[in-house]
Design a protein around this ligand. Structure first.
Ligand code: ADP
Length: 329
């Protein structure tokens, strides 16, 4: 018998290398939750299709994401790590859940509106149905907890509503309402200091990059906009570099910056150099493990195939209950 206290599920899109937002907002939680929960983590390649038109890199990006997750500390002997499209049951459940989903609810979601604004030439049906597919993924694994960034809050709330509608419509309790779990940094801002860090906005800092590239990205970060000259005092409370210092820099140094910035004792350039150094240092073990894992791509694919097999078994069990509840012959 497992001593774990519940079920965790989360999905991450294979859109290239992970960034600091993914890491601090989600992956860090993925790793920590393994100690207490049965975890299922999914590389959501089908979800990626809603925004990625050129799929040439999809396989490679799926592999790269697996490397990121394993190097970050996902333990595939206990945790299930798999590829979304390898478990076709999710598309069946997506169809069934779509019948208890009012269209207006989907088109009203801020996440949908934002994507439609970002890619007006490609407002596809999949983009509208994104949260339904996400809900299907979550409930297939009888999930209690979903570790995600705060940008996903509306999707988790939507999932809870769909579960309630389904259970009510079919007079059942086979589907479980999940809870969202944020990290202590639920929203990481991009190097522009304004928008959420995201690959599609090109304001991200890749965690698997070479140290020099990381340094260059950090040096591009926007700080307190009111601080124009080196001699101007700054305000760490509105500075994105400082907010990251608070997470990744030893407390003593962060306290020093907090004081010195306010009296122009330290300039933004030095502050960023310090941060780049600390960030590179914090990422060193991750990068070393990643390089190690990359020596054996077959072993990484084996992890994914094995995970997909385990995921399919759970998914099929849930689908037997769902088909029964719906009354499908
Ligand atoms: P992206 O937004 O870069 O395309 P995904 O949509 O695949 O990344 O998100 C993967 C996970 O990372 C989700 O749980 C999401 O909430 C989290 N995440 C993404 N960007 C950020 C961010 N800037 N801050 C906090 N969490 C984030």
């Amino acid at each position: 018998m497992s001593s774990k206290i519940g079920h965790v599920f989360s999905g991450i899109r294979p859109t290239g290398h992970s960034h600091l937002g993914n890491y601090l907002g989600a992956i860090k939680n993925y790793v920590a939750l393994q100690d207490e929960y049965e975890c299922v983590y999914c590389i959501v390649d089908l979800h990626a299709l809603t925004t990625v038109e050129d799929t040439l890199d999809l396989r490679q990006n799926t592999y790269e994401m697996a490397l990121d997750l394993l190097a970050a500390g996902i333990r595939p002997e206990e945790t299930i790590l798999f590829v979304q499209s390898h478990v076709p049951q999710v598309t069946e459940l997506h169809t069934i859940l779509s019948m208890v989903t009012p269209i207006g609810k989907l088109t009203d979601l801020p996440t949908f509106k934002e994507k439609a604004r970002q890619q007006p030439h490609n407002v596809n049906y999949g983009l509208v149905g994104y949260p339904v597919l996400m809900a299907a993924d979550i409930v297939l694994y009888k999930t209690d907890i979903v570790p995600v960034g705060v940008d996903q809050a509306a999707h988790i709330e939507f999932t809870r509503e769909v579960v309630r509608s389904f259970n009510y419509r079919y007079n059942t309790n086979v589907l479980i309402e999940p809870q969202m779990k944020n990290t202590e940094v639920p929203k990481v801002l991009g190097i522009d200091g304004k928008e959420k860090m995201s690959k599609s906005l090109d304001n991200h800092i890749e965690i698997a990059a070479m140290p020099e590239e990381t340094r260059q990205r950090v040096m591009m970060m926007v700080t307190d906009p009111q601080r124009v000259k080196r001699s101007d005092p700054g305000n760490p409370d509105v500075c994105n570099v400082f907010s990251l210092h608070m997470i990744l820099t030893p407390a003593e140094d962060a306290a020093m910056i907090n004081v010195e910035c306010r009296r122009a004792g330290i300039g933004c350039v030095d502050c960023k150099k310090l941060f780049a150094g600390n960030l590179n240092k914090a990422l060193e073990p991750f990068r070393a493990r990643r390089a190690d894992l990359a020596q054996n791509p077959t072993a990484v694919w084996d992890v994914l195939h094995n995970g997909s097999r385990r995921a399919r078994t759970i998914a099929e069990q849930t689908m037997v209950e769902v088909r029964e509840a719906v009354g499908l012959p």
